[in-house]
Design a protein around this ligand. Structure first.
Ligand code: NAG
Length: 260
């Protein structure tokens, strides 16, 4: 071994000893809490997006979020929100965990395996929110969003977007009691002005606190039963909480998502 190689290996060993938190991957794990309106924390294939797009419509409040741990394809994160005002002013934020760099035509994707274990704590009595996957598609690769598929894990006094409402003013589903990925869902269809939105809510209102399945099964249903086009391109694959009013803490103890 040459003197030079000896010297460099001694220096490398010394550097490891000195650096108590070595950078082990290209993207260093950032576990700090972030509260900025558009903050983004990236870790490996995922990004945590604060996405407080309706913040200015609240009387006051904010959401903060942090990645709490990550190991392999599994990631844990937490978001705490405190919104005051009224629910009339709409969604204030959708802090979410995004699988980055998704692409491909829906017809060429075969599966979207995902797991999500979560709990909501310290919910206020006036809470209006959901806990949901939000998946977007476009007619061109990387183009602007046209369709939005929401899979609700829980509903706290919120409601899906719908073209039709009953006499009591409640949204009416386009399909009822559809079995997908281990639960039974009612399906709603509407537009929020930007996107055609399909929302899946459990038929009996039960919460899915531990999802482990294939999100593509929801596309398979939309293709076979709702005329959804296989030529649409996947643009965004996110999981988070749409917050309209109130406070709470969503703790995701483990989450994973991938595309095959
Ligand atoms: C509606 O439209 C915006 C785009 O302005 C989109 O980002 C948002 O997620 C939408 N969906 C819902 C369910 O509000």
């Amino acid at each position: 071994m040459s003197t030079w190689i000896k010297l460099t290996s001694v220096l490398a060993a010394a550097a490891l000893l000195v650096n108590a938190n070595p950078v082990v991957s290209e993207k260093r794990q950032d576990t700090a809490e972030h509260c900025g309106q558009w903050d983004v924390v990236t870790y490996n294939q995922y990004s945590l997006l604060l996405d407080q797009w309706g913040k200015d419509n609240a009387e006051s409040g904010q959401t903060c979020a942090s990645i709490t741990s990550a190991s392999g394809d599994s990631i844990a994160w937490t978001t705490t929100f405190t919104w005051t005002g009224t629910s009339d002013t709409g969604v204030k934020a959708y802090p979410n965990l995004q699988l980055d760099d998704v692409s491909g035509q829906i017809g060429s994707i075969s599966s979207m395996p995902t797991s999500w274990s979560w709990s909501l704590t310290d919910a206020s009595s006036d809470i209006v929110a959901n806990i949901a996957y939000d998946i977007f598609t476009s007619s061109t690769a990387g183009g602007s969003n046209e369709f939005e598929i929401m899979i609700w894990m829980a509903n706290y006094n919120a409601g899906p977007i719908s073209y039709t409402y009953n006499a009591e003013g409640n949204p009416t589903p386009v399909a009822e009691s559809v079995s997908i990925a281990g639960s039974t869902w009612d399906v709603y269809h509407g537009s929020n002005g930007s996107n055609e939105v399909y929302s899946f809510l459990t038929s009996d209102g039960s919460e899915v606190t531990s999802f482990d399945g294939d999100a593509y099964d929801f596309f398979s249903y939309l293709i076979s039963d709702q005329g959804f086009s296989t030529s649409q391109y996947l643009t965004t694959f996110q999981a988070g909480t749409e917050q309209t009013l109130g406070s709470g803490t969503l703790v995701t103890s483990s989450y994973s998502a991938s595309i095959a």
